[in-house]
Write a protein that binds this ligand. Structure first.
Ligand SMILES: O=C(CO)[C@H](O)[C@H](O)COP(=O)(O)O
Ligand SMILES: [Co+2]
Length: 222
């Protein structure tokens, strides 16, 4: 298991938006290191979620790292806007970029971390050319577009494959996993080599602080 820092990134897609500020303070105080922000455009994925205004107002509630997951067509068009709104990491889908290198370079030019992600049907070979250009790789363990879906177990093989590719290249790049992660499958995700954990419905249901602490406890054992 890589000795990379284990990081929890709760996805606010499943938060109670009537009290988003409170929810952010809760996950902040309970020890989450990142806030995962799922931006959906209704084109690349069926759903439309939220954009810059929500990020701007959420930014005032916490200074945790904003881990922005762009599920949008041709994201290069909006990188500057999301950086201005408060993004610290911007993840783009390899399937959504006409020019992946130009998009990743644009993110880095704007002074924030760049990450690439791939959908469950997309092979690892699709992102291999970009591994040395990113600060993080996000492995989708659900088909993007909705929170609360079931974890796709084959994603673990993808995490292992990417981790060994990174090791072979001497890169200690973070691997983030996103979709259907819960306290029950978390250990298998960590064992496969993911070190940044996105969880939405498993965190923002029931007692949020307790859920964060439970995840942190399991992550602390790795
Ligand atoms: O990118 C996403 C969906 O496209 C979400 O980040 C992901 O689904 C997290 O929510 P959950 O933990 O409930 O699956
Ligand atoms: Co996401």
């Amino acid at each position: 298991m890589s000795d990379l820092k284990k990081i929890l990134s709760p996805s606010i897609l499943s938060a109670d938006f009537k009290k988003l500020g409170e929810e952010l303070e809760t996950i902040d105080k309970a020890g989450a290191e990142y806030v995962h922000v799922d931006v959906m455009d209704g084109l690349f994925v069926k759903s439309i979620s939220f954009g810059m205004p929500v990020i701007k107002s959420a930014r005032s509630a916490t200074d945790k790292v904003f881990d922005v997951h762009l599920m949008i067509e041709e994201p290069i068009r909006y990188i500057e806007d999301f950086v201005k709104a408060g993004a610290d990491i911007i993840t783009v889908h390899v399937e959504a970029c006409k020019d992946v290198v130009a998009t990743l370079e644009k993110i880095k030019e704007c002074g924030v971390k760049a990450a690439i992600t791939l959908n469950p049907p997309t092979p690892v070979s699709a992102i291999e050319p970009y591994l040395d250009k990113v600060d993080m790789v996000l492995v989708m363990s659900v088909n993007p577009g909705f929170g609360g879906q079931k974890f796709i177990p084959e994603s673990l093989d993808k995490v292992k494959e990417i981790r060994s590719l990174l090791d072979a290249k001497g890169l200690d790049t973070d691997i983030e996993i996103d979709g259907g992660v819960n306290a029950g499958n978390l250990a298998s995700v960590l064992e496969a080599g993911a070190n940044v954990i996105v969880a939405g419905s498993a965190i923002f249901s029931g007692d949020v602080a307790d859920n964060v602490k439970k995840f942190k406890e399991i992550m602390g054992a790795w």
